[in-house]
Design a protein around this ligand. Structure first.
Ligand SMILES: [Cu+2]
Length: 566
């Protein structure tokens, strides 16, 4: 494994201080460094659904019609207005307060149709540095919306293997989201842009939104059959790190490697929650439900809620069968945590929500960014809500039996030519454009083994399916690479078991349920298990993608197609 060089730290776009921020500002032709880290903390309330986040209005029965459009919002009182790319439900977005501002609420079991019409500029603005080696049509803004966690046909997936050129100005993407049970239970999903080679830029600009599925148990109201908080006591929290230019535009660094624009990972020096910089949240001294999404491009979070007791009740694949006590939440990009948080003994407290260094085996080059948000606990309760944590939940633990596994696939994660103009991350040593090699038979169960040969953790996301984490096995990556590696890393398909250096570690307690994004840690091979069903009425073959959800990695070129076959 290569050690991270100082050069690489710089290249990764740190926001650790003015000394490091200045070179980018110069490179972008701006005179002064951004003052992001100096912005006064906790001045504004966190936007919430109906109060800064727009709950999407349907255009018809179970139909939504969005345009992607540019708005300007002040993300902090000491910042000028920031141009933001947003999903407009037709409301004009006067109800959107920050850079994250839309939520669809739908019912599990009831499909919806949605359309997305590109009403953004034709070419990228200066504040979004495009690497035209990665994009299909140069600096043209090509969009494609992906429902992350959706169990849908390939042509509704927002899928760069099916539609590599995406959608251009004035064009409309129309999709059908099945919301089919049991693959799409009550859960927090999100939709975001997935444009080929430009996902990192389109998402930083703001193209991400919440998608909340309800059912007869998880009604969102209080009381509900589960006995968990609802109504104003259920709070979505989307955490994203960002940098700003002095003029208020988002700062996304360009590479300083001659011939390259793409950077290895984007890390902000400012934390946003629900699209506002370092906000505060007022709560009552009682039980809450927080639904947390790591919406960062590359930062792996380790969230500390400031001393309140916490139980996790679900993750990407919906509710579990029972609550699990948790102290901190280690969430890689795109991972979600559904948690109950007890403020009942904390009346009058001011709680800092902090992002701590993720514990091993997580490995990340991110510079520290500790402050996230402040929670202000009031002294009175207006509605008592549930008085205890439920003993059981109407969800499920991931329990696909090993005996059903029809195929095991070995997928390598390689980082090639670090710090050079040819720097790339590859799965199985091949580019995205090569034809699919993973071809699960519809209805069968497969183990996929992610063999990490890099120095960092990669959150691996598979479209269409949710996964059971089977375990992580430590192994001698150097010896495996020495035995099988070539100029593009190690090809896929080679079992690393002979190189194991210890027994498989079981899944973390927070990996109890099905997940759509799983951390593949450095020095381990990580085994996940999934059933490759297709939605009702959808026929083989159907092609999707799987990729690292560090958006810089996904864009260059840590993404591959897979095809569900007959
Ligand atoms: Cu990655």
């Amino acid at each position: 494994m290569t050690m991270m060089t100082r050069r690489r730290i710089l290249q990764y776009g740190v926001g650790a201080g003015a000394a490091l921020a200045l070179p980018w500002a110069v490179r972008l032709g701006r005179a002064a460094p951004a003052k992001g880290p100096k912005l006064t903390k906790y001045l504004e309330p966190v936007p919430l659904p109906g109060a800064g986040i727009v709950v999407a209005s349907p255009a018809g029965m179970n139909q939504y019609a969005f345009t992607q459009t540019e708005i300007a919002r002040q993300l902090h009182p000491e910042l000028p207005p920031t141009p933001v790319w947003a999903y407009d439900d037709g409301s004009g977005l006067s109800g959107q307060a920050g850079s994250f501002g839309m939520a669809v609420v739908a019912q599990s079991g009831i499909p919806i149709e949605a359309s997305f019409t590109h009403n953004l500029p034709t070419t990228y603005p200066d504040w979004l540095p495009v690497d035209t080696r990665e994009t299909p049509l140069g600096k043209q803004v090509r969009l494609m919306t992906h429902l992350h966690g959706g169990f849908v046909a390939a042509d509704s997936d927002g899928n760069p293997a099916v539609t590599p050129n995406g959608f251009g100005p004035g064009e409309t993407q129309t999709v059908y989201y099945t919301n089919q049970k049991p693959q799409m239970p009550a859960s927090l999903l999100w939709f975001h842009d997935h444009g080929l080679g430009a996902t990192r830029l389109n998402v930083v600009a703001g193209l991400a939104a919440a998608y909340i599925l309800r059912d007869e148990f998880d009604t969102g109201a209080e009381p509900n059959p589960i006995g968990i908080p609802g109504g104003p006591y259920e709070i979505p929290l989307v955490v994203q790190d960002r940098q700003f230019n002095p003029d208020g535009t988002l700062l996304y660094p360009a590479s300083d490697i001659p011939g390259a624009v793409w950077i290895g990972e984007y890390f902000g020096d400012v934390m946003l929650v629900n699209g506002k910089v370092w906000p505060f949240l007022e709560v009552e001294p009682r039980l809450y439900r927080f639904r947390i999404l790591n919406g960062c491009n590359a930062r792996i979070l380790n969230l500390d809620i400031g001393g309140a007791r916490m139980w996790q009740i679900g993750a990407e694949g919906g509710l579990w069968d029972k609550p699990v006590p948790v102290a901190q939440l280690v969430l890689a990009p795109a991972e979600r945590a559904d948690v109950l948080v007890d403020f009942s003994r904390l009346a009058g407290a001011m709680l800092p929500v902090k992002n701590l260094k993720p514990p091993k085996p997580v490995s990340t080059p991110a510079p520290p960014l500790t402050q996230v948000m402040q929670i202000r606990v009031g002294k009175t309760v207006s509605q008592p809500g549930p008085s205890s944590i439920p003993e059981t939940l109407p969800g499920r633990a991931a329990d696909l039996p090993p005996g059903e596994v029809a195929m095991t696939r070995y997928i390598t994660l390689n980082e090639i030519a670090v710090d050079t103009v040819n720097w790339v991350l590859l799965l199985n040593g091949v580019d995205f454009e090569e034809p699919p090699r993973e071809t699960p038979r519809v209805g069968t169960v497969e183990n996929w083994v992610y063999v990490n040969l890099t120095a960092d953790t990669h959150p691996m996301h598979t479209h269409l399916v949710t996964m059971q984490v089977v375990g992580r096995t430590p192994f001698d990556a150097d010896a495996y690479q020495a035995a099988y590696g070539g100029t593009n890393g190690v090809p896929g398909g080679i079992d690393p078991t002979p190189f194991a250096t210890g027994p498989m570690l079981p899944p973390d307690p927070t990996e109890r349920g099905f997940k759509d994004t799983v951390k593949s840690d450095s020095g381990y091979f990580t085994t996940v298990r999934a059933k490759y069903d297709l939605p009702a009425g959808v026929t083989t073959p159907q092609t999707y993608v799987y990729h690292c959800h560090i958006l810089e990695h996904e864009d260059n070129d840590m993404m591959r197609p897979f095809t569900v076959m007959a």
